[in-house]
Design a protein around this ligand. Structure first.
Ligand code: ACM
Length: 692
């Protein structure tokens, strides 16, 4: 199976693939030394001689600043190292040990309210005698601890930290993940484990999308009907929101809440119809898309409401920024309302964009009153807004660059939409400041970073982890590491290791597939389904929206929901095929692996069909099982021709390419991950000349 193959390849790579930042070749016969699996890669790393053994005497001392947050972070890290290494090291730091194996020297607490200006840098000096972590702030120290955990290795001699010298500082200051908890609600424990994953890869902003047409997700004591009528009972209490803020702060992560306005607001209006530009009654929107309901920007009562509401939220969310959304207001209700039209004429507002700008100006005053800066999607970008706002580009690079040219700080999200089901490689290739950018140095400094975005139309709490992880780790590396860290093969090698580490934090992005397959098939015997699942992934977001027409109430319990996007099979099969095609006559090992793989597909098919016939949600994927056998056959034939050097009969290639074209079409909301390499195999087969 590809998964076993993948594991074998990863293990092989662990030994042979050189590290990225510092090319080190172990001397012949030496014990395996440092294997670089760090994610994100540090900005500077050099390998030293030797290793620091982790023994039961591994004591840690904090020799300068310390506080509860630092102590808790150290205890968490040491606890994980203890489990990973299997050695009962003391997990509580001391302050007066002279023989400590690890010294942590932190200058101070850092900012009371963490901002994008926080000093997040750290250094790690590991020698055979000791480890020394230095940082200016607790947040920097936490990043150093995450790196330390990723450095731990084991071999026959036991667990150790390889001797390295690391000086690390992020490339971008704003490294975020946006989670849409409105279209589908995500319980507190999902958010917490997401924050653990974020901390592992040094992300520092949790952008919490809390309101939408489909739900209002945080308790307001001033306006209780927001959740009473707008949430289906699925919302965060203020106490829970504070708990999340504290949990994030304890991991060096800021929480920026988003209240999307003036559009995407239907759920607000169910309880408070007077906020809207058209008469009610309103109901929670179950469909997905862009809808007409929009706040009435002409009434003073709207601003009075928002003043109270934002004041209430400002007391829960200490971050300097509050996100006001601002996206996708279609202006329909503003154009249809004579009172709003006459307001626009009176105020000389020539179109609905200008009216939204008027609304934003009013909102800005309210945010300022409550001590908040504004951040919004790129639709808010107008010259009238002051330069302390931040623009989040979701529609493309142009708005990012335009913002920076016009003096605005910006972050990039176009290219980082996780819900689109793109590959980690595709996201990894997107750079907020690509090489050759025509922005000058001052404008470049305004690009603060970016955010991965997880919109939840097609995602439930059950499968969110596999939509967010591990791909977000690749994006996190793009935000943290130097631009020159861009080797896709090495990224995938390290991503697989990081993926396992992330499961250690309680994320379920790997295990969920098997859990869901067992539920779908109603049996533990899911081996054949795993074979099929290993070479399938969800179709794109847009294809699914077009094919399924799901709404908020649609159960998300199909095969597509069980399968992760960009599974390891995609890249591993590509590598295997590429290696084989370099010299099919000679590559016996690759031929064996490919043959075993194709045979597995063929053998699995009858049992897959049997399992599917007993499960209505699986039954619609039956054509995929039949295609699997065709693909297996095609692969075996191609390898047989290629390895023997014998030509195929005339027309063979055209026939097989037609099979691949057919298999490539979206069906059952899933697509094969192996079509491209199979096409390469077929195209490489020599064909006998036609007799005609
Ligand atoms: C967005 O995707 N409408 C921000």
């Amino acid at each position: 199976m590809i998964r076993q193959l993948a594991t074998a390849m990863i293990l092989a790579n662990l030994v042979v693939v050189p590290i990225v930042s510092a090319q080190v070749t172990p001397s012949p016969g030496a014990a395996p030394g440092f294997v670089n699996t760090l994610m994100p890669q540090p900005s500077q790393l050099s390998q030293q001689e030797g290793r620091l053994a982790i023994t039961a005497a591994f004591q840690t001392v904090t020799d300068n600043f310390k506080d509860d947050r630092l102590n808790a972070a150290i205890e968490r890290s040491l606890g994980r190292i203890k489990n990973q290494a299997g050695v009962a090291i003391p997990t509580t730091p001391v302050t007066d040990a002279t023989s400590a194996a690890m010294v942590i020297s932190v200058d101070g607490a850092g900012e009371t309210i963490q901002s994008a200006e926080e000093d997040e840098s750290y250094s790690l000096e590991i020698t055979p005698a000791s480890a020394h972590l230095r940082a200016a702030t607790v947040v920097g120290a936490m990043h150093g601890l995450e790196t330390l955990e990723q450095l731990i290795q084991s071999d026959a001699a036991g667990p150790f930290i390889p001797a390295v010298s690391i000086h690390d500082t992020p490339r971008f200051r704003w490294r975020g993940l946006m989670i849409d908890c409105a279209r589908h609600f995500m319980p507190v424990e999902v958010i917490k484990r997401t924050l653990d994953g974020m901390a592992s890869v040094k992300l520092n902003v949790f952008h919490w999308h809390l309101s939408e047409d489909q739900g209002f997700r945080i308790e307001s004591k001033a306006f209780p009907k927001l959740t009473e009528l707008g949430s289906d009972g699925l919302f965060y209490t203020q106490e829970q929101a504070r708990e999340i803020v504290t949990y994030a702060h304890d991991r060096g992560i800021r929480v920026v809440p988003e209240f999307d306005m003036p559009g995407h607001t239907t759920a607000w209006f169910v309880g408070y119809p007077d906020l809207a530009s058209a008469p009610g009654p309103f109901h929670i929107e179950r469909a997905f898309g862009v809808f007409d309901p929009v706040m009435d920007p002409t009434r003073e009562s709207t601003y009075k409401f928002l003043d109270t509401f934002i004041g209430e939220m400002a007391a829960i969310f200490p971050d300097h920024f509050m996100h006001i959304g601002g996206d996708e207001n279609n202006g329909v209700e503003w154009k249809a309302n004579p009172r709003i039209q006459s307001f626009m004429r009176e105020h000389n507002l020539k179109d609905t964009a200008e009216l939204q700008n008027y609304f934003n100006q009013r909102l800005l005053k309210i945010l300022e009153k409550h001590g908040k800066h504004m951040i919004g999607w790129d639709e808010i970008l107008t010259p009238e807004l002051p330069k302390d706002i931040i623009v989040q580009s979701w529609r493309g690079f142009d708005s990012l660059a335009a913002g920076a040219r016009n003096g605005y700080r910006s972050i990039l999200s176009a290219g980082y939409y996780l819900n689109l089901m793109s590959t980690a490689a595709a996201h990894y290739a997107v750079d907020p400041l690509p090489e050759g950018t025509d922005l000058n140095a001052e404008q470049q400094a305004r690009i603060l970073g970016g955010e991965a975005c997880m919109w939840m139309e097609q995602t439930s709490p059950k499968d969110i982890d596999s939509r967010v992880w591990p791909r977000t780790a690749a994006i996190a590396e793009r935000f943290w590491s130097p631009r020159s860290v861009n080797d896709v093969n090495d990224m995938y090698r390290r991503l697989e290791v990081e993926s396992l580490r992330l499961e250690g934090f309680g994320l379920s992005h790997i295990s969920q597939e098997d859990v869901s397959l067992r539920q779908l098939a109603d049996t533990r015997e899911i081996g054949p389904l795993q074979v099929l699942g290993s070479v399938l992934e969800p179709v794109t977001f847009n294809a699914r929206a077009h094919l399924q027409h799901a709404n908020q109430l649609t159960p998300l319990n199909l095969l597509v929901d069980a399968l992760p996007p960009d599974p390891p099979s995609r890249h591993n099969f590509e590598l295997l095929t590429r290696a084989y095609l370099q010299n099919p006559g000679e590559r016996a090992q690759e031929r064996r692996e490919l043959t075993a793989e194709f045979n597995a597909w063929m053998i699995a098919q009858p049992e897959i069909l049997r399992l599917m016939s007993g499960s209505p949600p699986l039954a619609q994927a039956e054509p995929r099982a039949n295609q699997l056998i065709e693909l297996g056959m095609l692969g075996l034939e191609a390898v047989s021709y290629l390895s023997s050097g014998l030509p195929a009969a005339p027309g063979w290639k055209a026939g097989k390419l037609a099979v691949l074209d057919d298999a490539e079409k979206p069906q059952a909301l899933v697509r094969f991950t192996v079509i491209g390499p199979l096409r390469d195999l077929v195209n490489a087969v020599p064909e006998a000349p036609s007799r005609r």
